[in-house]
Design a protein around this ligand. Sequence first.
Ligand SMILES: NC(=O)c1ccc[n+]([C@@H]2O[C@H](COP(=O)([O-])OP(=O)(O)OC[C@H]3O[C@@H](n4cnc5c(N)ncnc54)[C@H](OP(=O)(O)O)[C@@H]3O)[C@@H](O)[C@H]2O)c1
Length: 277
Amino acid sequence: MRKLDLVSHYGEYVVITGATDGIGLEFAKQFAAKGHSIVIIGRNPDKLVAAKSLISNFLNPGKKIISIQADFNETDIDVYRNIENQLQDIKDKIAILINNAGVLLEQPDLYLNLDENEVLSNVKVNIIAVLMMTKIVLPFMVSNKRGLVINMSSFAAYSFLPLTGVYSASKKFVEYFSQSLEYEYKSHNIDVLTLLPSYIATKMVRWSNFLSKPSLLFPSAEVFVKSAIATITRSSHTTGYWVHGLLYTSVYWFVPNWLYTIFSYNFIKHFNTSSKM
Ligand SMILES: NC(=O)c1ccc[n+]([C@@H]2O[C@H](COP(=O)([O-])OP(=O)(O)OC[C@H]3O[C@@H](n4cnc5c(N)ncnc54)[C@H](OP(=O)(O)O)[C@@H]3O)[C@@H](O)[C@H]2O)c1
């Protein structure tokens, strides 16, 4: 199969939120290695410096990396204005936006046991940041007459997930928003890729030793991102990783929703270490 040159197809700069760790950091490394310039957005200044230095090792000659500090737990519009201002100089070269930053719960739990800030963070980071970053970057793509938006949803959006209901609802939001965007901007030559992977071994699933250890079923961020990038222009709504694709198809065709709910509830419950449940 012929490999698509993503720089010629979409342009130079890839803007990635949550690029200081896990999947976002891996997207930054792999797109840098493909010849893109990179914009990384992260909340922690020290982690941003470390990520910038690491990603620089993957850049092709003449390519650049820009880092922007932004904490999406702040909903003050100035946080987003600052990002918008810092992107002005490269707006003609922005090719790809990856809405990747995300939070899960500290651990699966009953709704009333969740900390209020944790609940709000799932809305601010998983939903509001996706909406605001798209508001900022999509106009550049429309005026460039090309672009790609990658939105990180999750297998958690497949059905409601008791004990991580806030997270799964936020990812359903991302899925629906992303698919609507795809339909609306197709005629502007803008592609939208909605990714819905199952568990990937990153710090997000740190509450489980089992999930944190990369395996065929729960791959490392490196394996997942390589596979997800290969789906660009070939799919627009995918788990991004073949084993998760098999899982999705099997669940869709062979597992009734009531059984899926019982299974996922008992699987997730197992990871709760609080005595309050
Ligand atoms: N891992 C999985 O099993 C899995 C499965 C399906 C979908 N996903 C989705 O994939 C995406 C990436 O997840 P991951 O596994 O790579 O998680 P991760 O390793 O925890 O990384 C999340 C990234 O988001 C950043 N972030 C968190 N809160 C932020 C905030 N308030 N402001 C700005 N940035 C913030 C983190 O910054 P810090 O470095 O400062 O923490 C980090 O860079 C998420 O949207 C997640 O929902 C993950």
